[in-house]
Every structure is written in structure tokens, then in C-alpha cells.
Design a protein around this ligand. Structure first.
Ligand code: ZN
Length: 494
């Protein structure tokens, strides 16, 4: 037995003592199983977005909402939307139900409980359909959502804030359903105090714990969840203040709303055709659902739900370009010495550099980028091979082709830049010895440079062209020779 399992066994024993006395809710494993088997059936063909089977899944969810007796939000359960997946515009449909709170004031505030019901559809191999059933991902979460809604309707006045029950569509294509709800304010997002999204909750026994990323995005969140988890014999892990960005919590978190991601991880046959209903741990799902229902009731009655300062700050800066960033930068390319008098034709030689860069936002789409790098440059001169070790410092004015509003979801930029560079050669090799920087080679080079630079989240990559303006040789009779280099660059933001 490992240290971890010994610790969890002890915890579970302790928990069981508290549990039986205190747990308020008992979700039905049979209900959960029924929902998963319906949604992950082969006939649902993997619930690909905008497919006839995804309409069937939506109908199933709406029927459940109706039979439980929750209200359609704004008079209807279906809230269709369109979005772009790659180059194609397509359609999705979020299903939204409302359970009204009982407190005359708090009922105007909301908790959002969600789960995505779409999956990745099916493949065709040798004209046979291979269905990705998506039982754990995410029929399990939708089943938990429906069962949570059912339990919440039995609380008889205990629910103070209102709860929005949302089955998100188009999660697998890039969180499109949840992003639409948040960006288009389909629901009153300013009054949403906290949210969670159940995504893959069918493997509690195998995972031995419930992961709950984002638990600490709410003030005192960890102790709040730990206390209730104890009653249900649930071990929590992955607690913290990072909003999970691979599921529907992300758009809410970006807005500064405390967002939690309960999951039993990706240990099921994740995004494989084998993710089937008969593999899931329904008792575990029932425990998780009961636990989350009690969390919802408890939270709905708390006088205040406060986002931690870091989350609030992040939301404040949302959509604004980062003022300053820096990182590592590597360049690899070639250099050629341009003999303008034409008496010698040089060849392209290796050139590379490694250093740090800094990027400063000036105003609207303009940025200043500089770097300090150690450079290694080789050249074929008329007098033989030349190697130079140098310090290379470019300074560029960058213009962003992407407007700041569009770059919001992760700082994407396409920069066109132009400026200059300075190179100081501190050592080298020429004709078997140190080059003579006093009366043979110029110690400094400078010139103009320009190019294109892409930034995707933390990674920068691009192309820089440098054209020297200073002569390579300090000797007057050596001719007019200038460096021209072409460099591919790769950067990583700290
Ligand atoms: Zn999922």
C-alpha cells in the first residue's frame, strides 16, 4: 500500500464517521445510469455538434427538465446560437433551465451549474461507423446535472439564490456554447456569483478522488468544499485558484466569476470509441452529485460569495493587452556578406543567437520589442572564413494586425515590425587567430531590420531580415562589404 492510499483510507474512515450523520442528499445511481445509457447509446452517434443525434440528446435533456419541473429560462429551454468552427459557420443549442431561489433579495443572484452534452461524433472506417459514445465525456456530467436539478427541486425553501441549470453545446469544438452565453450575456452574467461545470465524473473509484480545480477562486473556497466533501466521504484533489481552461469553466473565470471544475480526470478511454456506459462508476457519480447538490444549497444561502482578488484582477485586465512581457529567444538562420564592388561573391553561412527579449505595449496596436542576445556568426570573406562572437541588440516597433478585442482569449498577435539593430563583436576567429578589431575588422555593426512575428499564447515565432549599414572591414582598401542576414526566431514568454 502506498503512502497516498494509506492516507486516503484513513481519511475515508474518518469521513464515514461524520458522513452517515450529516449528509443531506442522496442522488440516485439508477437515475444517473439511465441518463448515461440513453445519451451514450450507439444510436446517439457520439452527439456531434449540429447533428440529428445531438438534437435527440437535447430533446432528451429537455424532457428530463420538464419532468423534474424546473422552469424554462426566459420562457424556453432551447437557446440556439451560431459559431465558427474553423472556416465553417455552424449551429449549436444550449439548454437552460431555472430553479428560482426563495430569498426575496438573493433570488436575483445566480449560481450556474453546467455540463456539456456534445461529444465528438463518429468516424467511418471501411464504410462502418465507429461511434465515440462519450459516456464519461460527458454523458456522465449531463446525468449529474439532471440529477442535481432534481435534488434541488426537493429542497423546499432551502435554496436562497437562484440556480441556472445549463447543458452546454459545442464544448468539444472550443467552448463555443459557454463562450456564447458569457459573451452575449444570454444570462445575467453580472449577477452570477459562482459556477461549476461537471465534465467527466464517472471514474471516482479509479481516480480515488474528485478533482476540483478552481476551488480557491472563491474566498475560503477550499475550506468550504473540504468541509462538505468530508460528509460524503469524498477525497478532493487538484484544489487551487487556477480556472480550468479545457472546459466550460473558462469563459466564466475570465469574467471574474469563481468557477470550479469537478472531474474524475481523463482516465476513462478519453476521446476514444471505447468510452462506453458500462465502464462508469455510478455509485461514485451518485456520491459526487449528492456532494455538489449540498454545495449548491450551502452556497445559495451564504450572505456573500467573493471572488479572490487575483481572479477579479484578471477579469479587470481581460481584453487589455499585457503591458510588459519578456522571455527567451532563439534565432537560427544565415548570413551573407554583400561585396558591393562585385570582385568577390560570398556564400550564405550559419548565423544564430540566443538571449532574452522584452515586449512593451505602447498604445493601441503598437508595441516596442527589444532583445539582448549572444550571437554566433560565420562568413566567407575574400580572405577566408570568418567567425564572430557578438552581442546582438535589435530594437523594433511592432504593429499588431489583430485588434486588441480579438486577441483577448490568450494574447494572440501577428506583428509586422521594423527598426534597427546593433552588434558588438567581442571575439572571433579569422585566418587561425583572433580577428584584429583595431585595423582590420570593424568592432561594431548596425543596420535596419524588419520582419513578421506571430505570438500564440506563450510562444513567439517569426522571421527577421537584417541589412547592415556599417562596413565589415575597417581597412579602407578592403572594399565596401556589408552583412545581410535572414533569421528564423522562436521565443517563449516567461
Ligand atoms: Zn468534456
Amino acid at each position: 500500500m502506498t503512502k497516498m492510499t494509506r492516507k486516503s483510507t484513513l481519511l475515508i474512515l474518518l469521513m464515514l464517521i461524520f458522513k452517515l450523520a450529516d449528509a443531506q442528499f442522496t442522488a440516485s445511481a439508477d437515475n444517473l445510469q439511465k441518463h448515461v445509457f440513453a445519451l451514450a447509446a450507439d444510436s446517439m452517434k457520439g452527439r456531434g455538434v449540429n447533428s440529428p443525434e445531438s438534437f435527440k440528446a437535447a430533446d432528451y435533456i429537455i424532457k428530463q427538465f420538464e419532468s423534474i419541473g424546473i422552469k424554462p429560462y426566459n420562457g424556453k429551454f432551447s437557446h440556439p446560437f451560431s459559431f465558427k468552427a474553423g472556416v465553417i459557420r455552424t449551429y449549436g443549442n444550449n439548454i437552460i433551465g431555472l430553479i428560482e431561489g426563495t430569498d426575496s433579495i438573493l433570488k436575483n443572484e445566480y449560481l450556474v451549474i453546467g455540463a456539456h452534452y456534445d461529444h465528438v461524433g463518429f468516424d467511418v472506417e471501411d464504410s462502418t461507423e465507429i461511434v465515440f459514445n462519450g459516456a464519461d465525456d460527458n454523458a456522465s456530467g449531463v446525468a449529474g446535472l439532471i440529477e442535481t436539478a432534481r435534488l434541488l427541486t426537493t429542497t423546499k425553501g432551502k435554496l436562497k439564490r437562484s440556480v441556472l441549470i445549463i447543458a452546454f453545446d459545442a464544448e468539444e469544438t472550443g467552448l463555443n456554447g459557454s463562450s456564447y452565453i458569457v459573451n452575449q450575456k444570454v444570462i445575467p452574467v453580472d449577477n452570477v456569483k459562482a459556477m461549476w461545470s461537471l465534465d467527466m465524473i464517472g471514474m471516482l473509484k479509479d481516480n480515488q478522488a474528485l478533482e476540483l480545480k478552481g476551488s480557491a477562486t472563491m474566498l475560503d473556497g477550499n475550506s468550504f468544499f473540504e468541509k462538505i466533501a468530508l460528509k460524503y466521504g469524498i477525497v478532493l484533489k487538484e484544489l487551487g485558484s487556477t480556472v480550468e481552461n479545457r472546459t466550460d469553466t473558462y469563459p466564466f473565470g475570465e469574467l471574474g466569476i469563481p468557477a470550479f471544475a469537478p472531474t474524475t480526470g481523463t482516465i476513462s478511454p478519453y476521446h476514444k470509441p471505447e468510452d462506453d456506459a458500462d465502464l462508469l462508476d455510478y455509485d461514485g457519480m451518485a456520491t459526487i452529485t449528492s456532494f455538489l447538490t449540498e454545495c449548491a444549497v450551502e452556497l445559495s444561502g451564504q450572505p456573500e460569495i467573493i471572488a479572490v482578488p487575483a481572479l477579479a484582477r484578471k477579469a479587470e485586465n481581460f481584453g487589455k493587452p499585457q503591458v510588459f512581457s519578456c522571455g527567451l529567444r532563439l534565432g537560427i538562420g544565415s548570413n551573407i556578406q554583400n561585396y558591393q564592388d562585385d570582385f568577390f561573391q560570398s556564400k550564405k553561412q550559419f548565423s544564430g543567437h540566443l538571449g532574452v527579449y522584452a515586449l512593451l505595449h505602447l498604445a493601441s496596436r503598437f508595441y516596442l520589442q527589444t532583445s539582448v542576445s549572444a550571437e554566433y556568426l560565420t562568413a566567407k570573406t575574400a580572405g577566408g572564413n570568418l567567425r564572430l562572437y557578438s552581442i546582438y541588440t535589435p530594437l523594433h516597433l511592432n504593429f499588431d494586425l489583430i485588434s486588441p478585442a480579438k486577441a483577448a482569449f490568450g494574447q494572440h498577435h501577428i506583428f509586422l515590425f521594423a527598426g534597427g539593430y546593433h552588434t558588438y563583436h567581442f571575439s572571433g576567429r579569422y585566418q587561425g587567430k583572433e580577428p584584429n578589431f583595431t585595423n582590420q575588422f570593424e568592432e561594431k555593426d548596425y543596420g535596419v531590420s524588419y520582419g513578421i512575428l506571430f505570438q500564440v499564447r506563450k510562444v513567439q515565432f517569426g522571421f527577421t531580415a537584417n541589412r547592415g549599414l556599417a562596413n565589415v572591414f575597417s581597412q579602407k582598401d578592403a572594399g565596401d562589404v556589408k552583412n545581410i542576414s535572414s533569421i528564423f526566431t522562436l521565443g517563449y514568454r516567461f
